[in-house]
Design a protein around this ligand. Structure first.
Ligand SMILES: [Zn+2]
Ligand SMILES: [Zn+2]
Length: 235
């Protein structure tokens, strides 16, 4: 089991994953929350310079809000999928459609609220643009960054060989639900879930809500497969 710290920056969990020669940080939380991370590092005796890379699971305002401020202090590169890089460079956020009644309501309010500046964050020019699976060994981590689209087209997860997956908003864990309330492509969510299951992932670390066992999403995949099977067919 890898050494993992969960640090909540605003509404978003960020994860510090310890490697051989330092840490990587997965996601950077809401804007103006960098102080929470720096206080946490101080308490644990970790210097900001020990963070070797920040992986952005996707360019949503609650995952990149403090990225610019954290990067300035840690002096480390940021990695994001190429499909999200322009948004990050321009400090932009696109509200995805809702996948449930609640999600649809919030999504339409969110689209209208964009002009208030609520979703604003400082733009960042990412050093690394991910286009395919990428090993993290050069950053001292035995693990990889894996494209896992669905919530957004350029969503990625960090997967460790010990079975932990840091998935951003590919899955959530609140109000009894693991399916994200917003998604650009809900069908792809299931495909990305399958990808993680096939890789032998055992624990999902979501950005919203506490970690949970892979069985919760495996059950969802199974029930979806059953519901698509023609009536009366036995397996
Ligand atoms: Zn998101
Ligand atoms: Zn989020």
């Amino acid at each position: 089991m890898a050494m993992v710290h969960r640090v909540r920056l605003g509404t978003c969990n960020t994860y510090l994953v310890q490697g051989n020669s330092g840490y990587i940080l997965v996601d950077a939380g809401n804007a103006n929350r960098e102080g929470v991370l720096f206080d946490y590092l101080k308490k644990k005796g970790i210097s900001p310079g020990q963070i070797k890379l920040i992986v952005i699971t996707h360019a949503h305002y609650d995952h990149v809000g403090s990225l610019s401020a954290i990067k300035k202090v840690c002096q480390c590169p940021a990695a994001v999928h190429a499909k999200e890089a322009t948004l990050l460079r321009e400090g932009k956020f696109i509200m995805p459609p809702g996948t449930s009644l609640l999600g649809k309501t919030i999504s339409s309010i969110g689209k209208r609220a964009a002009w208030t500046g609520f979703f604003k964050y400082s733009p960042v020019d990412p050093e690394i643009e991910i286009t395919q699976e990428m090993s993290l060994t050069q950053f001292g981590i035995d693990g990889l960054i894996l494209p896992t689209p669905g919530h957004t087209e350029g969503s990625v997860s960090v997967v460790l060989p010990t079975g932990e997956a840091f998935v951003g908003d590919l899955a959530v864990n609140f109000m009894g639900s693991v399916f994200p309330p917003f998604a650009e492509n809900p069908r792809e969510i299931m495909m990305s879930w399958r990808k993680l299951a096939r890789l032998g992932v055992n624990t999902i670390f979501p950005s919203h809500g506490p970690p949970f066992g892979i069985n919760l999403i495996k059950n969802k995949i199974d029930s979806r497969v059953k519901s698509l099977r023609p009536e009366g067919q036995l397996t």
